[in-house]
Design a protein around this ligand. Structure first.
Ligand SMILES: CC(C)(COP(=O)(O)OP(=O)(O)OC[C@H]1O[C@@H](n2cnc3c(N)ncnc32)[C@H](O)[C@@H]1OP(=O)(O)O)[C@@H](O)C(=O)NCCC(=O)NCCS
Length: 176
């Protein structure tokens, strides 16, 4: 195996390679695979990408993470917010810290953009290590409410909003 992959912003010419890594990562999972690749393309087409990063191992793309714009209102005001989905690592690279590196680099870029909160719908054993909390997410009305719906303040010292609503970008609503 080559050295740890380098993380960099996705470029327009990466589209096919990103599709391939998503399909490979999600093949055989409960989520299915084409749906996630289509979702990423739809978010891009809609102009709702906040951060899209790839992990490049040697000549090829071995991981990808997308953070999309969310519509979040809390305590009477709009909160700059992101949704993490999907994150994908090629099967042969899984369990080697690539997903971790993509997510942490994505959070740094969101902070630079002034995004204050990030949401994720995912496994409750994986995302809390980054700071995601199901408890924070319960303060937000969402069609995805439940134990897999988590949120984190990107400034870990920031006070938690008291309550509000959190809506994913429109492309998520169009997915079957
Ligand atoms: C989930 C995924 C992105 C994690 O990336 P990764 O590079 O394999 O993970 P890392 O090496 O950074 O972290 C490894 C840890 O993740 C855990 N992990 C990996 N996949 C997991 C999953 N589907 N659910 C829960 N935990 C998972 C491992 O158990 C390991 O935990 P440990 O550190 O306590 O031993 C990757 O495994 C993947 O692409 N999976 C298939 C697609 C998917 O399920 N994506 C997430 C839904 S949006």
């Amino acid at each position: 195996m080559p050295d740890a992959p380098a993380i960099r912003p996705a470029r327009a010419e990466d589209v096919e390679a990103i599709d391939a890594v998503i399909r490979a990562a999600f093949a055989g999972t409960e989520f299915g695979h084409q749906g996630e690749a289509d979702l990423v393309r739809a978010v891009v087409t809609d102009g709702d990408v906040l951060v899209s990063l790839v992990a490049e191992g040697g000549e090829s793309i071995v991981g990808h993470v997308l953070f999309s714009r969310m519509d979040v209102e809390t305590d009477g005001s709009v909160l700059p917010a992101a949704g993490l989905a999907p994150v994908s690592v090629s099967p042969e690279w899984q369990g080697r810290g690539v997903g971790d590196a993509l997510i942490r680099a994505g959070h740094d870029m969101l902070r630079e953009q002034g995004v204050v909160i990030s949401f994720v719908l995912g496994h409750e054993d994986y995302y809390p290590r980054f700071g995601y909390s199901p408890e924070l997410a319960t303060r937000f009305a969402s069609p995805f409410a439940g134990p897999h719906f988590m949120a984190m303040m990107l400034d870990s010292g920031a006070a938690w909003p008291l309550g509000g609503r959190a809506d994913y970008a429109p492309a998520f609503g169009r997915m079957g």
